[in-house]
Design a protein around this ligand. Sequence first.
Ligand code: SAM
Length: 288
Amino acid sequence: MAYVSLTLEVAVKQNEALQDALHALKTTGLEVRDGSALPMPGQQQPKKGAALIVAYFENRPQATKAWKAVQQAFPQVKGALEKVEDRDWSTEWRSRIRPVQVGRLWVGPPWEKANAPKGKTQLIIEPKMAFGTGDHPTTSLCLAAVDDFMKAHPKASVLDVGTGSGVLAFAAKKLGAGKVVGTDNDPLSIELAHENAEVNGIEGVALSTQTLGQVKGTFDLVLANILANTLVMLSPLIALKVKKHLVLAGVLVPQREEVEAAFVAQGLKPAGHVVQGEWVRLDFEAGK
Ligand SMILES: C[S@@+](CC[C@H](N)C(=O)[O-])C[C@H]1O[C@@H](n2cnc3c(N)ncnc32)[C@H](O)[C@@H]1O
């Protein structure tokens, strides 16, 4: 089977934002060459201060559509489309997924399970087409918040908006949460989250494509790791769901004030923020 690759050269500081955009454009896999790994013989390498991202698509129309969207959002990025014959790209990008340890949690792919340290709460996430293997800074920032909140509020109720692989919802459940709901507007993510629940023997997490308007009740902890513009758009609906604490991620450092203002306007009180690389997590308390 042949695939179409879209190779993009991008300034290192935009690397992660572009990767997120490519995930949203339904790439089937990404390869990132940013000088942090030894170059493979014969492989094109990025210029100094730049990264090369190779995004794979199942066919040329999908790749062309993605390239047009990238050109609009990142006009300075250079790119090229190319047909790729029968290459085992899937195992290539999957094999780069690294396990993470955050607080009491260990999150990793199935083939790393044997190396997981004893005494950690384990979560196995098979890297597939849903976001949330644990090793992205936005996910690990949220995992730390889940660990902290569950320590202080055992049996808390949790809503995970944009659950992706289900990683945050499952982490909360494994750390003792009571009612847990995970929603995503992508049906494939929900399908894969169900698979991950089964692999981890997790029961009692309600996963669905329900909109926030359809989700009933309020939750002690609300998590939303989605991009800044979506968070701002959803701010009135997200705010209505918060009983105690809200955690937002998917926000780039320069976007923090805009996102914070949107949630303050909904009556939430800022309760600190944590930066990891170019990403920031924002915490809020319910305003009552
Ligand atoms: C960055 S991923 C986060 C996945 C996981 N929660 C994590 O922390 O790793 C964002 C997820 O939000 C979903 N999403 C995007 N817009 C959404 C919306 N308006 N409503 C619900 N989910 C949305 C995407 O499909 C994606 O699975």
